[in-house]
Design a protein. Structure first.
Length: 254
């Protein structure tokens, strides 16, 4: 059974189709990349899948449940998490507190125990902090366990955001341009983080312009152009597809 299935998905803005009659499936335990030139509809597709936008038509099924139009917090409860192209970091918090925010769905929501500072609340907070520190180590932010987020370099903040997304214990993690703005060394670090995440059994979908990264880590690639499917397949198949070469990769990339 597929983890995510998109059937005939469409989204129009003022009569312009940003996504048009798009269908694809994502299987569990894979790294799935979505590529295409600027304006191809990649981020719009992410926003549709994660409940930021309501589709104009079509269906989105996650774990065999119809989730089209569900708000992001309900999708998070079902096991879907994402990062954004532009950093969404709480700079008034420490690095570890940023990661702890991602675990809020799994914490006891009752107000009274928190107000009374009951031992169970203190124990829960210690456990949450310990898990957040573990996730920071996992993504390569171990050097910043005691840091204020505002003092961290950009590359580390990108990994911190991934750690926060992982704190919600997702089954499906969507990464919107995780390597954007990074140098070659930082991109390789993100590459390794993504592979480690997939190795833990989390399905990863990423939008990315770094073709070296995409071709090196992806099990499956979906290429878009003007909101429509241009090609789909393994990295080798997509790399050799003449339509993809013409529209995006360039004649010298084959």
């Amino acid at each position: 059974m597929s983890l995510l299935r998109v059937d005939g998905l469409s989204k129009a803005f003022g009569g312009i189709n940003a996504v048009a009659d798009l269908s694809f499936t994502i299987n569990p335990g894979t790294i799935h990349s979505i590529i295409g030139p600027n304006g191809a509809g990649k981020t719009t597709l992410f926003n549709l899948i994660t409940g930021v936008y309501h589709p104009s038509g079509g269906r989105i099924r996650f774990q065999d449940a119809d989730v089209a139009g569900l708000p992001p917090y309900e999708l998070a409860r079902l096991g879907m998490s994402r990062t954004f192209q532009n950093l969404q970091i709480f700079f008034n918090m420490t690095a570890v507190e940023n990661v702890m925010v991602g675990a809020h769905l799994h914490l006891n929501p009752r107000v009274l125990p928190s107000l009374l500072h009951l031992p169970v609340v203190k124990r829960r907070d210690r456990e949450c902090r310990a898990k957040a520190r573990e996730l920071m180590e996992f993504v390569g932010c171990g050097a910043y366990l005691e840091a204020d987020s505002a003092s961290m370099p950009y590359g580390a903040l990108k990994r911190l955001e991934i750690a926060r997304a992982l704190a919600s214990r997702p089954k499906l993690l969507l990464l919107d341009e995780p390597a954007a703005g990074l140098n070659a060394t930082e991109s390789r670090e993100i590459d390794e983080v993504i592979k480690r995440i997939a190795g833990q059994g989390v399905t990863v979908v990423l939008v990315e312009h770094d073709m070296k990264m995409v071709m090196g880590i992806s099990d499956h690639i979906l290429a878009l152009d003007y909101g429509r499917k241009l090609a789909e397949g393994t990295p080798a198949e997509v790399r050799q597809n003449p339509d993809v070469i013409s529209a995006y990769l360039g004649a010298g990339s084959a």
